[in-house]
Design a protein around this ligand. Structure first.
Ligand code: R5P
Length: 294
């Protein structure tokens, strides 16, 4: 029991100051519970409302792809510069230090290897294990228009239901297959479906034409996927354009870890995403940091 000997009588209730009532800063996330909003704040920085996610989950279907042969050597040193890591539970438990204090976005769907039909995925992680690993969000792939469309939507809706029970947000990831379109019309359809069916945020690819219609018609935040390795200036320009056209961040993999200076690249991407640094300036910064490292 508290010591009652020196109880102060005077109290200040600040009657002239109205109670704070702040809206949550992420689009479409205002009605989420405290735990979900808190976890989203571990991914999207409250100061900018944006995120730099580093995607290193490629091994779940590709094995040790170039740049990810040794996650302990190549990726762990980059982790402090990312707002969140997107990865599998296998890499998290085996390789990422448990003292890592930033957001973890756990890939929760998988199944087929690169040798098979990729859309034939199932849920590959229990929400309960996500809770145990203290993740900030779970990620699931959606194959809209692909062979596994219905199964992949079922995977997501099951995960979203479990996510609401646990207070863990779900990121829906738009997949692009060999025969699938890659234009604003397709991504408007895919992103909107994914949001309507319950994802709390969506990862999708950038398209040169009308990307702002993809972000505008999606009621929850969109993060831009990186895609195949581009020259650094082009990747920084793509990130800048996506943010300018309404994306709430990026989830980039190969364009960071396959760069010849990954640390310089992730820092330059961070400047673009959080400070809207023009791409040419960010590229200059990349070159300076790369040269300093040599
Ligand atoms: C994307 O759909 C998967 O999660 C990938 O494994 C990964 O996130 C792709 O990253 P990037 O295309 O930037 O290398």
């Amino acid at each position: 029991m508290a010591d009652l000997d020196s109880v102060k009588e005077s109290k200040n209730y600040y009657l002239d100051i109205p109670a704070r009532c702040q809206p949550f800063y992420l689009k479409g996330c205002g009605a989420l519970d405290w735990g979900m909003q808190n976890r989203l704040s571990q991914i999207f920085r409250p100061e900018s409302g944006r995120t730099v996610m580093l995607a290193v989950d490629h091994g779940y279907f590709q094995g040790p792809t170039s740049g990810l042969e040794r996650v302990d050597v190549n990726i762990v040193p980059l982790a402090p510069y990312a707002d969140a890591l997107m990865l599998t539970r296998g890499i998290l438990r085996s390789t990422i230090p448990s003292s890592y204090g930033r957001g973890i976005v756990m890939r929760a769907s998988g199944g087929p290897s690169v040798l098979r039909e990729l859309s034939n995925e199932q849920i590959a992680v229990d929400m309960e294990d996500g809770i145990r690993m203290n993740v900030a969000a779970m990620a699931v792939q959606l194959f809209i228009g692909g062979e596994g469309e219905t199964q992949s939507i079922y995977n997501m809706t099951r995960l979203v239901d479990a996510g609401y029970r646990a207070g863990i947000p779900v990121m829906g990831v738009t997949a692009v297959g060999k025969d699938m379109a890659r234009d604003a019309r397709y991504f408007r359809l895919a992103c909107r479906m994914i949001a309507e069916l319950g994802a709390n945020f969506v990862k999708t690819y950038y398209v040169e034409k009308d990307f702002e219609t993809v972000t505008a018609s999606c009621p929850v935040p969109i993060v831009m996927a990186g895609g195949k390795k581009l020259p650094e200036l082009d990747a920084l320009t793509m990130a800048y354009n996506a943010i300018n056209q309404g994306a709430a961040g990026v989830d980039m993999g190969r364009n960071i870890f396959q760069s010849d200076a990954p640390e310089a690249m992730i820092k330059a991407v961070g400047k673009v995403v959080h400070e809207l640094m023009p791409p040419k300036d960010a590229y200059e910064l990349f070159l300076t940091l790369r040269n300093e490292k040599k």
